[in-house]
Design a protein around this ligand. Structure first.
Ligand code: ACO
Length: 438
């Protein structure tokens, strides 16, 4: 797991050629993974910035929450492998782990679950926010709006400097986001909102609010509830990805946690990030049949086509995404439970995966299936509409976002995030009056 340069200490010296200026820069080791070059003094001492668009080589913070080794396909939360958490823990145990640093004992678990469950209801006035949206609004648009609006309703937990208020905000977000998500769905199909039930588990309650109607009893299938719980675990956190970095950047200004999480939801929406599982299903239905795969692969490889194999590739993983393997297994379990013997989409996905894993284009670029390749197929089989896929991701990731936000606020070295740039525009010039412009 440790790369050859893992834990290296010492210094790096940067010399500006042609001058007599140089700087010895300390290397900061992590507990595992590559050390980082601490360039904080670089600009003051040498007058230069670093350039790293997309931040592929930049560590923006210190964190004790999640570790990824993209070459080996390893994902650890607070040291625990994702495979073990997905197999043995519940989503709320993982939430406790991410938020508080360790798995809860029995008493802590009961306490944490009570803490979350007592906050599942939305302020009744928040209901009217939903009516402001068109029925065909994308539920992610509703999520951004309603979660942002929560900062106008929970004034008693907005003081980010009060640890108790931070804790209550975390509970509120983890507890209420599934209710917002389920109501966004109910609104889109014109059904009455279903209130949360605190006698149900977290994933079970979410499925209940999504699927129940007031006119008849509804019992959630326990296998599907467990599968949903596992899907939530697999999406709970993934270190400093785009949406988490967005939450941290927004939070670094002192913005309240509800506003920060709304920013994270907006960032997650894009097809290169959380929108990918929705895009995978669209892609599979566009391909339509196994016989069309070779044509499709040719288009993916054509640099002028702008077509990508959705659910493949990852900025960090240059190996099989460990979450994708668990997702693939869960997919078979869910389809088995639902009695779906032949799912054409699953057949198509399996064939596409087989071809891509052997094709030189994908092999040489180390493009492997990511977590989203199979999640869409499971969710579709569970009856979750495609437009809700990214919403579900947001429900799960809220736990990661709020844990990372809390860690940042509690870090004494935290300051406002403010990247710099290399300016390549015009140099200073005089104003040209309108009648003198060509
Ligand atoms: N299909 C085809 N080619 C790809 C793909 C893909 N899915 N992903 C990367 N490539 C190619 C690029 O064209 C590029 O080729 P080149 O070197 O010949 O120019 C090379 O692989 C490197 O690609 P980058 O875009 O530099 O990789 P980056 O790390 O910036 O992108 C990303 C990562 C955005 C995830 C990309 O792989 C992608 O678009 N995948 C599809 C969308 C997707 O599944 N996103 C989900 C990510 S996981 C998550 O958010 C939960």
């Amino acid at each position: 797991m440790n790369g050859p340069d893992s834990g290296v200490t010492g210094t790096v010296t940067i010399t500006l050629d042609g001058t007599n200026r140089s700087l010895r820069i300390p290397l900061m080791p992590g507990s595992i993974g590559p050390s980082v070059v601490d360039i904080r003094k670089l600009y003051n001492e040498l007058g230069v910035f670093t350039f790293d668009p997309g931040y592929g080589g930049t560590a923006a913070c210190e964190s004790k929450i999640t570790y990824i080794d993209g070459d080996e396909g390893v994902l650890l939360h607070r040291g625990y492998p994702i495979e073990e958490l997905a197999e043995h823990a519940s989503f709320l145990e993982v939430a406790h782990l991410l938020l508080n640093g360790d798995l809860p004992n029995a008493a802590q678990k009961a306490d944490f679950e009570r803490g979350v469950l007592r906050h599942t209801m939305l302020h009744e006035q928040l209901r009217s926010f939903f009516n402001g949206f068109r029925r065909d609004a994308h539920p992610m648009a509703v999520m951004c709006g309603v979660v942002g609006a929560m900062s106008a309703f929970y004034h008693d937990s907005l003081d980010i400097n009060d640890p108790d208020q931070r804790r209550i905000s975390a509970f509120r977000l983890i507890a209420k986001v599934p209710t917002v998500a389920a109501w966004a769905y109910k609104y889109s199909i014109g059904q009455p909102f279903v209130y949360p039930r605190n006698d149900l588990g977290y994933a079970e309650n979410f499925l209940y609010m999504m699927n129940a109607v007031p006119t008849e009893p509804y019992v959630v299938n326990p296998i599907l509830a467990r599968a949903m719980d596992r899907i939530l675990i697999l999406h709970a956190d993934h270190e400093q990805n785009a949406s988490t970095s967005t939450v941290r950047l927004a939070g670094s200004t002192g913005a309240n946690p509800f506003a920060c999480i709304a920013a994270g939801i907006a960032s997650l929406w894009g097809p290169a990030h959380g929108g990918a599982n929705e895009a995978v299903l669209k892609m599979l239905s566009e391909i339509g049949h196994v016989s069309n795969i070779p044509d499709f692969i040719d288009r993916v490889k054509d640099k002028n086509s702008n077509v990508r194999l959705m659910g493949f590739g990852h900025r960090v993983y240059k190996n099989y995404d460990p979450r994708a393997k668990i997702m693939q297994r869960t997919c078979h379990e869910v389809l088995g439970e639902l009695g779906i013997k032949d799912d054409p989409l699953l057949d198509l996905a399996a064939e596409l995966e087989k071809i891509a894993l052997h094709d030189e284009y994908f092999v040489s670029r180390k493009l492997y299936p990511n977590v989203d390749f199979y999640s869409g197929i499971i969710l579709k089989a569970m009856g979750i509409p495609v437009s809700m896929f990214t919403v579900l991701f947001a429900v799960a990731r809220t736990v990661g976002w709020i844990s990372q936000w809390k860690e940042m606020i509690e870090d004494p070295s935290q300051r406002i995030g403010r990247p710099r740039q290399v300016y390549t525009g015009p140099t200073q010039r005089g104003f040209v009056p309108l009648d003198a412009r060509g």
